[in-house]
Write a protein that binds this ligand. Structure first.
Ligand code: SF4
Length: 385
């Protein structure tokens, strides 16, 4: 199937609130699926337990919020509301469990709302991630937390958890993340004109719903096909997109950024798909390797606590490595962690004379004209400086 046709197929599957693709996988394999909330979910453990891990990024703009509003205060991000709405409208009934972890107060409260409303039909698991990564005790603690989750997930799958399966799953996801890194660093950064930002995003997002081996194959084929393309770059600025590590911006907004004159050469979209900067290595205990990698080798974001390195410095490093001209902060409305960091990031960029712009989004965003005008003006101010 041609690339464009493939991307259109995924688009429907990715934003399908009925999760038909997951239903088909369950029928074909006779196995169970578990949903997971972004950002740092250890999908290797779910996969090794024999489950299909499926990322739940809310419902985008394809679901009316009719019940979830009554469960939250007013100032809450859309992903939390629409994920709850999916549950209340029984759209998550095909999942046997949901996995959350401690990225922020909203995600924590959502996990316990899920427990209160959907347990025991839906098994709800919650990982308490360590806040201090400067000691070995954090590795010990997270290793035991992962082992606890593995046991619960294996019980859910109705089988025994085998450590050798985890080793195999780590290798599979290593390969998948290697493909994603190639896509980002070889293609996205060096030849951003070969694939539009929205198609690039859909290609990555397919990995949140497909088994890793299938997704790796697709990504490798696309890289190979596109590397034969000889088309030329246009006169656009190179930008890093920052702040969309959890709730995802509407596809239309990504298209607007590009139409307004930006090449997105790096971003923090779908961060969980490539949360390790290098392959995860393991010797005798794969759980320990997973824990150590989360604490020391994972991509930074505003919801990963790091006492050893400054996130502002990491953003600066990302801008330099990507040879970006500017940063566009693309932040979900009411996302507190992203807005707390925005102040620090902004100061760091100002100190280094790197232009930046803030574009706020929410799932129900219907008009993009204001964002288009702001981005166009921003681009012109850089191009004609
Ligand atoms: S969008 Fe921000 S506030 Fe909302 S759940 Fe995600 S990290 Fe938390």
């Amino acid at each position: 199937m041609a690339l464009q046709a493939l991307i259109e197929t995924w688009k429907d599957a990715i934003y399908d609130p009925a999760f038909e693709m997951v239903e088909q996988w369950k029928e074909k394999t006779g196995r169970k699926a578990v949903g997971y909330f972004p950002v740092y979910s250890p999908v290797e453990i779910l996969h090794a337990a024999g489950l299909l891990p499926v990322a739940i990024f809310g419902a985008g703009n394809r679901l009316e919020i009719t019940n979830a509003d009554s469960r939250f205060g007013s100032f809450i991000c859309s992903i939390a509301k629409s994920t709850m709405e999916l549950g209340l409208q029984h759209r998550l009934d095909l999942f046997s469990g949901m996995l959350f972890h401690s990225i922020c107060d909203t995600a924590r409260n959502l996990a316990f709302l899920f427990k209160r409303n959907f347990h025991p039909q839906l098994f709800v698991e919650y990982i308490h991630l360590p806040q201090n990564n400067s000691t070995d005790a954090a590795v010990d603690y997270l290793t035991s937390e992962y082992k606890r989750v593995a046991k619960n997930m294996a019980d859910l799958a109705g089988r025994e958890f085998r450590t050798e399966n985890l080793e195999k799953s780590i290798l599979l996801y290593n390969n998948n993340r290697r493909c994603m890194r190639r896509l980002y660093y070889a293609l996205r950064s060096d030849a951003p004109h070969l694939l539009s930002t929205s198609d690039f995003y859909l290609l990555g997002r397919a990995g949140c719903i497909l088994p890793p081996e299938e997704h790796s194959l697709i990504v490798s084929n696309v890289i190979e096909e596109l590397s034969k393309n000889q088309s030329k770059t246009r006169d656009r600025i190179r930008v890093v997109l920052e702040g969309s590590f959890c709730e995802q911006p509407p596809l239309e907004l990504l298209a607007v950024l590009e139409d307004a004159g930006c090449y997105v050469v790096n971003d923090d979209l779908l961060l969980g798909l490539r949360w390790f900067e290098q392959d995860l290595e393991f010797n005798h205990d794969p759980f320990r390797s997973l824990a150590r990698s989360y604490l020391h080798d994972s991509c930074y974001s505003s919801v990963r606590h790091d006492c050893l390195t400054s996130r502002s410095d990491m953003l600066l490093e990302k801008v330099r490595k990507s040879r970006a001209d500017a940063v566009i902060f693309c932040i979900a409305k009411f996302c507190e962690p992203a807005y707390f960091d925005y102040v620090l990031f902004k100061n760091k960029l100002d100190e280094n004379n790197i232009p930046h712009l803030l574009v706020e989004f929410e799932e129900k965003m219907r008009t993009f004209e204001k964002a288009r005008t702001e981005v166009e003006t921003f681009v012109e101010s850089i191009l004609f400086d």
